[in-house]
Design a protein around this ligand. Structure first.
Ligand SMILES: [Zn+2]
Length: 469
């Protein structure tokens, strides 16, 4: 082969290679490149932020950390403060609660509720401290120091209070009976109550003095009181108020008992100008309630006394006709319930309050039967059942008449007796009472002075003379 042929062959091969490269460049490269471009758009949508210079990055982090640290410190301090305030509040609450139970316990103990006072002091562990423990010990020692009372138990009774004597007694020099003899002035009650307290008297429930044993035999119970204290039974007679209603302005005492807007008892008393005054001291019961509130030691475990209610004139200013009305009846029942809640009990004081043929020397057992039946029909559904009979005029029934009383469940019978004897029979107990009124202020001055209060400092100097005196 000649040299020129070889050169041509080499040149041709080179030409083919170069052409091939040119063709590849022209046709294939652009397609691949386009494909690559579209892939880039699909595969990489996240835009990476441009990197910040390294030195700046370090400085801001430290500031942030410091701010964070300060923020944490502040929050921690706030939490601690909150916690401290919460603890302080809790401590204040405890102090406040403790002060309340200390005061309540003292009051309870003053009213002879020793166990209740100790329970109150010990029931909440959180409140117990040296103060509650000291008071608990003091109350326990009061309870332990009670002594057996072995003297004579007194029983006094009142009628309504006279608030406006000028209405009743326009002429003070005219000797007067009736209200002047049987009633006391409001001012006199206010003066004698503190004296009874000073002399150690404690209002006591007659039902706690006498009770029947397991064989149904009547017994006089033992009584334990603090040294120097003595039980006193109190009763209030004839709270019908009815006699006042016919001419209310003539009288100076309560004409009706109501429940006020707070469901509290309030006797209504007509004033001399003819207005009706709603009072909270206008009769014996409400004045005694107020006095005991101030002096819990005057009442044994909240007891006040007995309300001796008659029948034929209704009760508390609501006559028998009015009591037929169911709304009035419910209201009077609520009034009686309030009396009970305030520590009063009710007694049968007879339906008729009639001396002739009933509660006097010529008493007829059939009349007694009628009387008791009528009281139980008319008044008992209002006051509730009672075992206490307070005899009108203090008349002591005997024989069949007394049997009627006993058959009807009355096993404590009260008379009027200034020597105050107590007689305990197997079936019943009899207790004498002393009336506190104009008559006894004059006729039993010595007895009253000796046993209850200083008459001269109690008796109103403007009382008219009493007829019997
Ligand atoms: Zn009476």
């Amino acid at each position: 082969m000649s040299k020129s042929t070889i050169a041509i062959i080499i040149l041709s091969i080179l030409l083919i290679i170069v052409s091939g490269f040119v063709l590849w460049v022209l046709f294939f490269y652009p397609i691949n490149n386009l494909n690559n471009t579209s892939n880039t758009y699909q595969k990489d949508p996240i835009i990476t932020p441009p990197p910040t210079p390294k030195t700046d990055d370090n400085r801001l982090s430290a500031e942030e950390l410091e701010a964070q640290r300060l923020e944490d410190e502040k929050r921690e301090a706030e939490l601690l403060e909150e916690e401290r305030l919460r603890a302080e509040l809790l401590e204040l609450e405890i102090i406040e609660k403790r002060a309340i139970i200390l005061e309540e316990s003292r009051q309870l103990a003053r009213g002879y509720f020793y166990d209740e006072a100790i329970t109150l002091l010990t029931s909440d562990q959180q409140l117990i401290n040296h103060e509650t423990q000291a008071l608990e010990a003091e109350i326990q020692s009061q309870k332990d120091s009670l002594v057996l009372f072995d003297g004579t138990i007194k029983h006094i009774f009142f009628h309504s209070l006279i608030l406006y004597p000028q209405n009743l007694f326009p002429n003070l020099s005219t000797p007067t009976g009736g209200y002047n003899e049987g009633f006391i002035y409001q001012s006199e009650l206010f003066r004698l109550l503190p004296q009874l307290l000073e002399r150690g008297y404690v209002l006591y429930n007659i039902n706690d003095i006498f009770s029947k044993d397991e064989n149904g035999v009547m017994r006089q119970n033992t009584i334990y009181l603090p040294p120097g204290k003595r039980p006193l039974v109190l009763s209030i007679d004839d709270p019908s108020y009815h006699y006042n209603k016919t001419a209310p302005r003539r009288y100076g005492f309560a004409t009706r008992e109501i429940l006020d807007e707070h469901e509290e008892l309030a006797p209504e008393v007509p004033t001399p100008s003819g207005e009706i005054s709603v009072t909270y001291d206008g009769d014996v019961h409400i004045a005694v309630d107020a006095f005991v509130k101030e002096h819990p030691e005057f009442s044994y475990r909240g007891h006040k006394g007995a309300i001796a209610s008659t029948g034929y004139m209704g009760i508390f200013g609501y006559d028998l006709n009015e009591l037929q009305d169911s709304a009035i009846r419910q209201e009077v029942i609520a009034i009686c319930d309030k009396f009970k809640e305030n520590g009063w009990i009710f007694a049968n004081h007879s339906y008729t309050h009639n001396r002739t043929g009933y509660w006097g020397p010529e008493s007829n057992p059939n009349n007694i039967r009628y009387d008791v039946r009528r009281w139980r029909e008319t008044i008992e559904p209002i006051t509730g059942q009672t075992n206490l009979f307070i005899a009108p005029f203090g008349f002591l029934l005997r024989g069949e008449g007394m049997n009627v009383i006993l058959e009807n469940g009355y096993d404590i019978y009260c008379t009027v007796d200034f020597n105050q004897p107590i007689a305990v029979h197997s079936t019943h107990a009899v207790m004498g009472r002393i009336e506190i009124g104009g008559y006894s202020l004059v006729r039993y001055t010595n007895t009253l002075n000796r046993d209850f209060f200083d008459v001269a400092s109690v008796k109103d100097s403007h009382r008219p003379p009493i007829i019997s005196g």
